[in-house]
Design a protein around this ligand. Structure first.
Ligand SMILES: Cc1cc2nc3c(=O)[nH]c(=O)nc-3n(C[C@H](O)[C@H](O)[C@H](O)COP(=O)(O)OP(=O)(O)OC[C@H]3O[C@@H](n4cnc5c(N)ncnc54)[C@H](O)[C@@H]3O)c2cc1C
Length: 405
């Protein structure tokens, strides 16, 4: 016999979209249960960026001062090294927000922070190690989920199921949604290299003849993301580890004395990159948000922000009604209508970046700078455009759902 629970809303997935939606709905006095399949938030394969628009939301929620006390780094200007030449790419200092920087914070710290605040509301419950394996559907309406836990099976019934379970969402698969897939020509190799005194001070991107190495500063080590052509990992492996190590050094010479730490392929993880979008994000009793509705590439580092914006729009549009009962599919569709065009715009830009920048079609002659990059170098004012796009995103959301104390 499965254990049974009931809530107004059950959220599948405790990533940025799920935790923010859970926090906001609980704050608006909607009884909400978040189910997360892992035992903790400590996973490597996540981005670390908290954007100015998210920081603005933290301010609107009264959490900013405490949030900024968590260990983090502040990136006010985004610089890259393109074909060996340092170039400024985005200047966040002119943004119309309280925080004119991207905060770099390990995502597990961000999620722990949100969950600790959410747990202060009696209406919030979080169950870790609880993996949703199916939807409960009655008369074509989704009425809950079935999950497996170390303590046995669990059934949670709710007026609304929110799928926030990321790119490989069971919710959108079982919900029978149709997906549009956009070809992505890249994958990412993900690995750690230790940090040393004298290393550059912040997160870095190195572009070189259509290839890209990103180094995320995680305090005592560099989290490295190396962009490769899709399906190219076997070829890289066949060439051998020493050649791969040399390739990394050709991007960032300061890693020369420690690339040998990567002495086994098991230390190098392949992350497949996808861009896709559901045609419909909802049906009776079910709404998908974040990567579950639209998988994002790491290009531009905007997926976390977009997921959070979806969560805010969801709470803004649904919290009031959900407090007193079920919401209609027309209500749910309003979330898609609000968030779909920012998603389309950002995904369109990511497809462009993959085709023109990362795969090298725009890299021009050896050691030359692509034209767009040269424009950014010559005209500082232009750096405000990528700053707005990355830092705020199109149609930034503001917190409007009710707060019940
Ligand atoms: C290599 C890589 C690097 C990236 N770097 C960045 C970056 O630097 N900045 C940025 O903004 N974006 C980045 N992105 C994109 C970003 O990670 C996603 O867009 C963002 O995490 C989406 O948030 P989400 O909450 O929708 O989904 P997720 O972050 O994927 O969270 C989904 C959650 O659901 C849980 N879950 C899954 N299935 C189930 C289930 N059946 N039952 C219960 N729980 C489940 C998962 O464990 C997870 O905690 C990157 C993407 C990749 C692939």
């Amino acid at each position: 016999m499965a254990n049974k629970m009931q809530a107004r809303c059950v959220i599948v997935g405790g990533g940025p979209a799920g935790m923010m939606a859970g926090y906001l709905l609980a704050r608006a006095c909607v009884p909400v249960i978040v189910l997360e399949k892992h035992a903790d938030f400590f996973r490597d394969f996540r981005g670390d960026t908290i954007h100015p628009s998210t920081l603005e939301l933290m301010h609107e929620l009264g959490l900013l001062d405490e949030f900024l006390k968590q260990p983090h780094q502040e990136l006010r200007e985004l610089r890259a090294v393109v074909n060996g030449q340092p170039v400024p790419v985005a200047d966040f200092t002119k943004l119309p927000t309280r925080c004119k920087f991207i905060a770099f914070m390990p995502q597990w710290d961000f999620l722990n922070f949100l969950s600790s605040h959410a747990k202060r509301f009696q209406t919030f419950q979080l169950y870790m190690e609880t993996e949703v394996v199916d939807l409960l559907i009655e008369d074509s309406r989704v009425v809950g989920v079935r999950a497996k836990t170390p303590r046995g099976e669990l059934e949670v019934r709710a007026d609304l199921v929110i799928g926030a379970d990321g790119r490989h969402s069971i919710v959108h698969t079982r919900g029978g949604f149709k997906q549009c897939e956009f070809g992505v020509p890249i994958d990412v190799l993900w690995m750690r290299i230790s940090k040393k005194q004298g290393d550059p001070k912040q997160t870095l991107g190195f572009f070189q003849h259509g290839k890209l190495l990103v180094l995320l500063d995680r305090d005592d080590y560099w989290q490295c993301g190396f962009v490769i052509p899709k399906g190219g990992f076997d070829e890289i492996k066949a060439r051998g580890l020493p050649e791969f190590q040399n390739e990394l050094v050709s991007f960032a010479d300061f890693l020369r004395d420690r690339v040998a730490e990567l002495d086994d392929w098991s230390k190098i993880k392949l992350l497949t990159v996808q861009i896709n979008r559901l045609r419909d994000w909802c049906r009776e009793g079910l709404l998908c948000i974040g990567d579950s509705a639209h998988a994002m590439s790491p290009a531009g580092g905007v997926g976390i922000n977009l997921a959070i914006q979806d969560a805010v729009a969801t709470a803004n549009l649904l919290a009031e009604k959900l407090r007193s009962g079920p919401v209609s599919v027309d209500d749910l569709r309003k979330v898609q209508t609000r968030r779909e065009w920012p998603t389309r715009l950002i995904q369109g830009m990511q497809v462009f970046i993959h085709r023109r920048v990362v795969t090298g079609r725009a890299s021009g002659r050896k050691n030359s700078l692509p034209f767009v990059v040269r424009l950014l170098k010559w005209f500082p004012v232009l750096r405000q455009l990528p700053a707005r796009f990355i830092g705020l995103g199109p149609r930034p959301e503001h917190f409007r759902s009710p707060t019940v104390t």
